[in-house]
Design a protein around this ligand. Structure first.
Ligand SMILES: Nc1ncnc2c1ncn2[C@@H]1O[C@H](COP(=O)(O)OP(=O)(O)O)[C@@H](O)[C@H]1O
Ligand SMILES: [Mg+2]
Length: 251
């Protein structure tokens, strides 16, 4: 697997806080990876730096070999780095079906391509129905988005993100605020996105059961520093990681 996203010596300060402390990462194409770390460790900031929401102090970000450091968010989206949970993308007064239909319409030609090796869609309707089914939203397709449960709203947001044809999908705490059953459903959805769509996925997550069940690679951020990265077995036994989570039986 070759690297799709490379982060080199990335630094960011907020006032006196070093929120990204010389971060280096190489995210492989097709990889399912998680970023974990205590609150305030700089996880969301890292997503903000990658997606151009905030400028870095120094360091570089490369996507498919291209230097995208401090590129505008709109340009980064067009390159295929998509972040879900920008709920502004959901039209609350429209139905679930219409939300996906409208997003599919705008990007049909592009979006159909991610499925090109497995299926061809006759039209936007067929494409919409396929996404509804894959995301577990078919049964609520006629509800207004505003009537959805928290978990289904997140699934809708991911559905819309998918129509943008992501090459890499970033999810910031996809199960936050969910009941256990909803979490389980979201975990399966994330796994399906990876397995079926062959997406490169990076998710920030607090639920360690989810992280250790589905991530192939886990990266641990503590006070802006990447203190460990590796497969679940390696991370589980890593002394620095255990220390960072001392007193909490998370693994
Ligand atoms: N836009 C901002 N301006 C100033 N400080 C910020 C900003 N965003 C985050 N921070 C601070 O940076 C640190 C890391 O925050 P964040 O990346 O949100 O952590 P995490 O997602 O790991 O919980 C925190 O101390 C937070 O208060
Ligand atoms: Mg965060």
């Amino acid at each position: 697997m070759s690297a799709i996203l490379e982060i080199k010596n990335l630094n960011k300060h907020f006032g006196g806080i070093h929120v990204a402390n010389n971060i280096n990462m190489s995210i492989k194409k097709g990889e399912m990876s998680a970023i974990i770390g205590p609150n305030g460790a700089g996880k969301t900031t890292l997503f903000n730096l990658i997606t151009g929401f905030i400028p870095s102090d120094d360091g570089k970000v490369f996507f498919e070999g291209q230097d995208i450091t401090n590129t505008r968010p709109e340009t980064i989206v067009k390159l295929g780095i998509i972040r879900a949970f920008q709920v502004a993308s959901v039209f609350l007064e429209e139905t679930v079906y219409d939300n996906i239909y409208l997003a599919s319409l705008a990007h049909f030609n592009k979006s159909a391509k991610i499925f090109a090796d497995r299926m061809i869609f006759k039209d936007v309707h067929e494409h919409t129905e396929f996404i509804l089914k894959k995301l577990g939203l078919f049964d609520c397709k006629d509800l207004k988005a505003s009537e959805l449960s928290h978990g289904d709203m997140k699934a809708l947001d991911i559905a819309i993100a998918l129509t943008l044809q992501p090459k890499i999908l970033l999810l910031d705490e996809p199960t936050a605020g969910m009941a256990p059953e909803e979490r389980f459903k979201m975990m399966h959805l994330i796994k399906e996105l990876h397995d079926y769509f062959k997406l490169t996925l990076v998710f920030i997550e607090h639920d360690m059961d989810i992280v250790f069940s589905i991530a192939q690679t886990i990266r641990v951020l503590v006070q802006g520093q990447l203190i460990a990265e590796g497969n679940p077995d390696y991370i589980r036994q890593h002394e620095g990681v255990i220390e960072a989570y001392l007193g909490k039986e998370v693994f």
